[in-house]
Design a protein around this ligand. Structure first.
Ligand SMILES: *[C@@H]1O[C@H](CO)[C@@H](O)[C@H](O)[C@H]1NC(C)=O
Ligand SMILES: *[C@@H]1O[C@H](CO)[C@@H](O)[C@H](O)[C@H]1NC(C)=O
Ligand SMILES: *[C@@H]1O[C@H](CO)[C@@H](O)[C@H](O)[C@H]1NC(C)=O
Ligand SMILES: *[C@@H]1O[C@H](CO)[C@@H](O)[C@H](O)[C@H]1NC(C)=O
Length: 448
């Protein structure tokens, strides 16, 4: 892992985040597939296509280097998943990490869940700065000593050593998913979590790996009747009985586990009727929801589809209370986006700590922020040129046809191979992490 960049900043004029901020650009060993802060934001975990997890830790405040506060440095790197082969189905199982979720800290160690398409693992990440020395039956290199040479008994002692961070797999939750896992979510009871694939959602206890409960199953008896798949699922942040899942038809179902063991009948069903004037061949594809997130307050849910982000009030099922256009200029380009498969890209979305701002990605390494109170929005770009020391991220504008102003970029020159699918927002501060292929960018408010 190499590091570059020093300080750069989140843009100002007309932006929701109106402060300068230092930034950090880290080149990842492989394409980043997920990004997640822990509950205090001091740790940031990323997963990649090669099955690795890299954890970054925020630099502690130090009196002589106050400007270094906020820098995230590599804390631990480990291989979470390996490529496998399913001999029964003759299928390769990729090692790519689809999702990472942190567990709240309960002792000196950190715990996180990571998943690929089929298997969820619980990892323990702990520090070691002492090592035992002076065993009787083996020497310092671990070789057995000749018993005839042992003439006296020693008491082993602990000696300080360089800090070592170890990652150990504590539990492996396997063989419960026939389809690809798209989501994992830790319940607020901290005893259970769920894993969702295209057609089913399972509930697990952290202590039990050989058994899970199926809580949603939408698989039709005849697979030819399949019209809808599950795309994302999440537990309510405070009510351990409630969860939501979204579908490829643009709908969201809220389920209550108290009503029955199998939550096939939803408690609430959120759907916006389609505007008939906008109907096209692509309507169904672009209405598929790629991400669903509860607000920290638990009052709202946010969904991302191909062109928009929507905010729904849990108390209103027939339409979203807010709809934000992420890149409406692509509406006329859907045909070519279908041909190059981009229309199937799965963009995620995140809330800031106070639920007042939402962020999601787009193409050309652009990402968007929407301020829900002022209704202002901004487009920013994550690029190496932008992460020069103390640079300020300038808002970007895309122009559609007509005359292009000097600082604008034409919709025809957008690079569709550069996409921001995964982002994360620090739970209590204005620090964001943006994954752009194999670069990780961290932007933050300037310290003063
Ligand atoms: C997040 O990580 C930090 C940094 O090491 C740790 O101190 C904190 O307890 C963690 N927070 C939670 C809620 O797990
Ligand atoms: C799971 O493992 C435990 C302990 O080994 C065992 O008691 C239990 O019967 C197993 N459950 C199933 C469903 O296999
Ligand atoms: C219909 O399309 C227009 C732009 O062509 C867009 O502004 C509007 O939000 C769309 N309506 C819906 C319900 O998506
Ligand atoms: C986002 O939430 C954090 C935490 O509540 C808050 O400090 C910050 O000001 C919010 N950001 C914006 C731009 O409102």
């Amino acid at each position: 892992i190499t590091r570059s960049g020093g300080g750069s900043s989140l843009g100002c004029e007309g932006s929701v985040l109106c402060h300068a901020v230092p930034c950090r650009a880290v080149l990842h060993p492989d394409i980043i597939s997920t990004v997640e802060f822990n509950h205090t934001g001091e740790l940031l975990a990323t997963g990649d296509k090669g099955g690795r997890v890299v954890i970054f830790q925020r630099e502690q405040e130090s009196k002589n280097q106050p400007h270094r506060r906020g820098e995230y440095n590599v804390y631990s790197t480990f291989q979470s998943h390996e490529p496998e082969f399913d001999y029964l189905k003759s299928l390769e199982i990729e090692e790519k990490i689809n999702k990472i979720r942190w567990l709240p800290q309960q002792n000196a160690a950190y715990f996180l869940l990571s998943t690929n398409d089929k298997t969820v693992k619980l990892w323990k990440v702990s520090e070691r700065d002492k090592r035992p020395e002076g065993y009787n039956l083996k020497d310092e290199d671990g070789r057995l000593r000749d018993p005839s040479m042992i003439t006296m008994l020693r008491v082993p002692v602990l000696r300080p050593m360089d800090l070592m961070v170890e990652a150990t797999p504590r539990r492996v939750f396997a063989n419960a998913h026939t389809y690809h896992i798209n989501s994992i979510s830790v319940n607020s009871d901290y005893e259970t979590y769920m894993s969702a694939d295209d057609l089913r959602i399972n509930l697990w206890n952290f202590e039990i790996t050989n058994q899970s409960f199926n809580i949603v199953d939408i698989k039709p008896a005849n697979m030819e009747e399949l019209t809808e798949v599950i795309t994302a699922a999440e537990f309510h942040p405070h009510h351990c009985n409630t969860f939501v899942y979204s579908s490829s038809k643009g709908t969201i179902r809220l389920c209550d586990m108290r009503t029955s063991a199998l939550c096939d009948r939803h408690a609430k069903f959120f759907e916006e009727p389609e505007d008939p004037s906008n109907r096209s061949f692509f309507s169904e594809i672009i209405s598929s929801i790629s991400d669903v997130k509860f607000s920290h307050s638990g009052r709202y849910i946010m969904t991302r589809d191909y062109l928009t982000v929507k905010v729904w009030d849990l108390n209103m099922e027939n339409r979203p209370i807010e709809t934000y256009q992420v890149h409406d200029y692509l509406r006329s380009k859907l045909c070519s986006l279908y041909e190059n498969d981009c229309i199937f890209d799965k963009f995620e979305c995140v809330w800031n700590g106070s639920d007042s701002v939402i962020m999601t990605g787009s193409y050309n390494n652009f990402f968007r922020m929407f301020d829900r109170n002022t209704k202002r929005d901004v487009t920013l770009e994550a690029s190496r040129e932008n992460s020069k020391p103390r640079a300020i991220l300038k808002p970007r504008k895309v122009c559609v046809g007509g005359k292009r102003r000097k600082d604008e970029i034409s919709v025809d020159s957008l690079d569709f191979s550069k996409k921001i699918l995964h982002t994360a927002w620090h739970p209590s501060e204005n620090i964001i992490a943006v994954a752009a292929t194999n670069n990780l960018y961290i932007f933050q408010d300037k310290v003063n």
